[in-house]
Design a protein around this ligand. Structure first.
Ligand code: IMP
Length: 202
């Protein structure tokens, strides 16, 4: 039987990364649906103080409203020099309806003059699944890197152009989707997640 899964996000880049991973892992066993396909338009208030809490808020709201298995990613960037900022505020670091460029500009401003060795940071992703039965699962993945002093590459989204991944000597914005998924926080969370996710639970 094919399991119907709703991805509880309106972020097109996250949908692309999640779909790519799930389609490869569960070829022919799942049908992925977007929020617009299931007609979900409610606003979800992500007011938890952890990635785990926000991922659960999103997945549980969509599961409850649709009666389908819902999967959400909550993610963000933690910069050591800034005591873990922007963390759960990554999407709205420069203000409620700010753009990715606004966020990057604010981040680079706060790190002006900070030397390479103090620019360590990590992306964090928590993937949460909520089942109509009430069961929930979650998995966390991280990826360590360095915040650049200026953007390198584009395409992709968020802080990718300023997140440098030393093992590949590239920023995340300079990587193909497949290469990013192999090492990224979201890829690492997803690899953990599929080791506990059971298609027969749906
Ligand atoms: P969320 O939709 O509340 O989980 O917000 C996550 C935010 O973290 C995004 O809007 C980006 O700013 C940032 N972020 C998370 N994952 C990535 C990534 O893979 N690349 C770049 N930025 C990311």
């Amino acid at each position: 039987m094919i399991m119907k899964i709703v991805f509880a996000t309106n972020n097109a880049h996250k949908v692309t990364e999640l779909t790519d991973f799930f389609k490869k892992h569960y070829t022919g066993c799942i049908e992925i649906m977007s929020l617009s396909q299931v007609g979900f338009t409610d606003e979800i208030i992500e007011n938890a103080d952890s990635f785990e809490g926000n991922a659960f808020i999103k997945a549980s709201a969509v599961c409850r409203a649709t009666g389908l298995v819902a999967i959400a990613d909550d993610s963000g960037l933690e910069v050591d020099y800034l005591g873990g900022e922007p963390g759960v505020y990554s999407a709205r670091y420069a203000g409620v309806s700010c753009s990715d460029s606004d966020n990057i500009q604010k981040l680079l401003g706060k790190l002006e003059g900070v030397p390479y060795e103090k620019r360590s940071a990590r992306f964090v992703s928590v993937i949460c699944a909520c089942f109509p039965s009430g069961k929930t699962l979650s998995a966390r993945g991280v990826c360590e890197g360095i915040i650049l002093t200026e953007k390198r590459g584009d395409g992709t989204f968020g802080y990718d152009p300023v997140f440098y991944y030393p093992p590949l000597k590239r920023s995340f914005a300079e990587l193909e989707l497949d290469a990013k998924n192999k090492v990224s926080h979201r890829g690492n969370a997803l690899r953990q997640f599929v080791s506990v996710f059971d298609l027969s639970d749906g």
